[in-house]
Design a protein around this ligand. Structure first.
Ligand code: IYR
Length: 222
């Protein structure tokens, strides 16, 4: 059993109530402008931005701090094309039969379809993988805990960090997405979680006219 080791909480910042309120409001005003974008230009992302956003994602809490995530940043035109082809094949099967009528009805207001040109056009894709189990130096399997929760938290921070930096994202979940593991050469213990499309919206980008639930609808204070 490893003994716990502690260090002082030296980087914590105490904030007066007014500063706290101002920061909470400013953060909300920034993140509420985030929209899922489906029209990407091919403008490249400045060097180093995605790296810092990934560092932020890697600060997420995780089950037993085992950090069961891996991020593959795809900039290669050839790899993006292969991902698009594989994703569109799955999406066609989805839209032309696999999806239930109820599911297609739920998606109708978003105007999505099986064509995913942004997978090739956008400057970067980030394939996010969750470790179903770890593998130690001797090849022995190690358990992981709360993998979906952990990877979901890291993904949320990543999306928020990218938006905060000034980049648009699309949270894409072609289903099934086993092809990502093959194309990207990831090991068997990793399962694709989400494919993030990252870049700049086109000049004429448009988004569905949707509403967010109000605070009263999403929260209860007792
Ligand atoms: N994966 C498909 C379908 C889709 C499913 C959900 I749930 C969405 O919120 C959006 C799309 C696609 O990407 O088109």
């Amino acid at each position: 059993m490893t003994e716990p080791r502690f260090v002082p909480l030296s980087e914590w910042q105490h904030r007066p109530a007014e500063a706290m309120q101002a920061r909470a409001r400013a953060f909300y005003e920034d993140v509420r402008r985030r929209r899922t974008v489906r029209h990407f230009s091919d403008r490249p992302v400045p060097e180093g931005v995605i790296e810092d956003c990934l560092r932020a994602a890697g600060s997420a809490p995780s089950g037993a701090n085992l950090q069961p995530w891996h991020f593959v940043v795809v900039r290669s035109t050839d790899v993006k094309r292969r991902i698009r082809e594989a994703a569109e094949a799955e999406e066609r099967a989805f839209y032309e039969g696999r999806a239930s009528d109820e599911w297609l009805q739920a998606l109708a207001p978003l105007g999505t379809d099986a064509d995913k040109p942004f997978l090739e056009k956008a400057p970067a894709l980030i394939a996010i993988f969750g470790e179903r189990y770890g593998v130690d130096a001797e090849g022995k399997r190690q358990k992981r805990y709360y993998v979906d929760e952990s990877v979901g938290l890291a993904t949320g921070i990543l999306i928020t960090a990218l938006h905060h930096a000034g980049l648009a994202t699309l949270t894409h979940t072609p289903s099934p997405m086993g092809f990502l593991r093959e194309i990207l050469g990831r090991p068997q213990n990793e399962r694709p979680f989400i494919l993030l499309v990252v870049g700049y919206p086109t000049e004429d980008a448009h988004v569905p006219d949707i509403q967010r639930k109000t605070l009263e609808e999403i929260a209860t204070f007792v």
